[in-house]
Design a binder for this molecule. Structure first.
Ligand SMILES: CC(C)(COP(=O)(O)OP(=O)(O)OC[C@H]1O[C@@H](n2cnc3c(N)ncnc32)[C@H](O)[C@@H]1OP(=O)(O)O)[C@@H](O)C(=O)NCCC(=O)NCCS
Length: 180
């Protein structure tokens, strides 16, 4: 990773920069199936929901201070038995792709997910983006499912590829408490 990048938990004050990074991918890419970018207030609300659930939301900044990427995870599904499974998302600023920042940010996110008790992490890779597949594969994710042509954006039918990896002890040991 770029040595000048620092990764920290995001705060509500980061919402405008995070919304701006995400907006580019919503408008121009297929990694997000949203078509209308959420504004900073909506992004702050999403961040609060993740934080209030005890899950991680990280931001990457260069030495000059600008935000260059963000990543977060949330429980995969709200139903109780999914307590130990999370889904991750990661977005780099469009002019900082392919510089190794995503690799460092994902590693930090996986550690944060493990630290907050998750045992499995799932990446839903919309549009089967090659960089995202490579990023997650390098971090130990393996393909577990593919939903065919479930998305339609920018005039294309899009698959969603699901990759998964264990965190910590995974399913080798029971969790500290059973979900209720
Ligand atoms: C996917 C994303 C987060 C990866 O972050 P990044 O900083 O660009 O990636 P890195 O530079 O750390 O490279 C990670 C791997 O992807 C590969 N890669 C990077 N860009 C690539 C591209 N355009 N095509 C194919 N592979 C690519 C790198 O070679 C590297 O693999 P390696 O370690 O085997 O060499 C970033 O490209 C991004 O934000 N893309 C748009 C949004 C997106 O797809 N988000 C994922 C949603 S889950």
């Amino acid at each position: 990773m770029d040595g000048a990048v620092t990764i920290t938990p995001a705060t509500p004050a980061d919402a405008p920069e995070i919304a701006a990074i995400y907006a580019h991918h919503v408008l121009h890419g297929t990694a997000s199936f949203e078509t209308v970018p959420p504004d900073a207030a909506e992004m702050a609300a999403r961040m609060a929901k993740v934080r209030d659930a005890g899950a991680p939301w990280l931001i990457a900044r260069v030495a000059a201070g600008e935000a260059v990427g963000f990543a977060y995870a949330a429980q995969y599904n709200a139903r109780a038995a999914y307590r130990y499974a999370c889904e991750n998302s990661i977005y780099l600023r469009h002019d900082r792709l392919g510089q190794g920042i995503g690799t460092g940010l994902l590693a930090a996110l996986l550690q944060a997910c493990e630290d907050c008790g998750f045992r499995q992490v799932i990446a839903g890779i919309a549009g089967s983006e090659p960089a995202s597949i490579a990023l997650h594969a390098r971090a130990g994710f393996v393909e577990v499912a593919r939903l065919k042509s479930v998305g339609r954006k920018h005039g294309r039918w899009l698959d969603v590829l699901y990759l998964q990896r264990a965190l910590g002890a995974g399913d080798a040991t029971p969790p500290p408490e059973e979900p209720r």
